[in-house]
Design a protein around this ligand. Structure first.
Ligand code: NAD
Length: 290
């Protein structure tokens, strides 16, 4: 079984560098999918209250028989629940659905600047951390300005910023900012929702290394130092996506992948995510967005 290395967060907590994401997995299918991931060797699961599948994640963790300190769970507070008291309530509800007494990492899902509540939401996360109900706290989809505001107005530096990151959107500036401030970069849509696998450069590197395109892209993330949370519900792909620890990309391969940056976002721009409704099927492009 593959052994996934850990990254050490800014408070000393260890987090697996590769995890399994469950966005768009229906709750009824989640137990099976997460059990397949745990059997393949994943020990970190990324969910969110928005995903509606925390119950399935909790069932899988319970059915796995794994000791609590042998897995790492991330969940997130949704935009509608931002605010101090509502975040505390939303956290309790997430914990109940997961069937856990603490989560390993709790994130603010989006900054949603028009709401202007992410600072008080962060103070609620600081309270949960002080009460030892979460082992680490972080953010998702925060831009440098949002991170600077937290730095200026609150006490704890986010341990993680989970952002859209794949070969078409490499987020070099934000990664540099994270490195300077001790924030771990976690890549969502690490495979570009499958689109990154179609690049001829990726295909060529896969051929040269005797690997699959997904393994090349995920290996690129690991060598950049990113945490990555690919999603698949197909057991063979779940196994494929963790088979990354017996090969390495050369510097020249990393440079070839760096050249794929096109600035193409698949999800919303964090500064412009201003819709008030819960997202569902987006009419723009017909894709789900979270
Ligand atoms: P992803 O880049 O992980 O792509 C998933 C898709 O790639 C799959 O649906 C499948 O079509 C394809 N795929 C996966 N493995 C493959 C393989 N080995 N070979 C060929 N195709 C393969 O995209 P994602 O699901 O959007 O993101 C992953 C996780 O990131 C989510 O499950 C969720 O946990 C998280 N996420 C977070 C946010 C956020 O706002 N914080 C937003 C989106 C996703």
């Amino acid at each position: 079984m593959s052994s996934v290395p850990d990254v050490v967060l800014n408070n000393g907590v260890s987090m697996p560098q590769l995890g399994y994401g469950v966005f768009r997995v229906p709750d009824d299918d989640t137990e099976r999918a997460v059990l397949a991931a745990l059997n393949a060797g994943y020990r970190s699961i990324d969910t969110a209250s928005l995903y509606g599948n925390e119950t399935g994640v909790g069932r899988a963790l319970s059915a796995s028989g794994l000791a609590r300190d042998h897995f790492f769970v991330t969940t997130k507070v949704w935009n509608d629940d931002q605010g101090y008291n509502s975040t505390l309530r939303s956290f309790d509800a997430s914990l109940g659905r997961l069937g856990l007494d603490h989560v390993d990492l709790y994130l603010i899902h989006w900054p949603k600047p028009s709401l202007d509540r992410y600072v008080e939401t962060w103070r609620a996360l600081e309270k949960l951390y002080a009460d030892r109900r979460v082992r680490a706290i972080g953010v998702s989809n925060f831009q440098p300005d949002h991170l600077r505001r937290l730095r200026d107005e609150t006490d704890i530096v986010p341990a993680v910023n989970q952002i859209e990151l794949h070969p078409d959107l490499q987020q070099e500036q934000l990664r540099r900012f994270h490195a300077e401030h001790g924030v771990v970069t976690e890549a969502w849509s690490p495979l570009g929702q499958g689109l990154a696998l179609r690049h001829p450069v990726v295909a060529e590197l896969a051929h040269r290394h005797g690997r699959t395109p997904a393994q090349v892209v995920l290996r690129w993330h690991l060598q950049l130092g990113n945490v990555a949370i690919p999603k698949s519900t197909t057991p063979s792909r779940i196994r494929e996506n963790i088979g990354l620890f017996d090969f390495a990309l050369a510097e020249v391969d990393m440079a070839a992948l760096a050249a794929l940056e096109s600035g193409t976002r698949l999800g919303p721009d964090p500064d412009e995510r201003e819709t008030r409704r819960r997202p569902g099927f987006s009419s723009a492009g017909g894709r789900w967005v979270s």
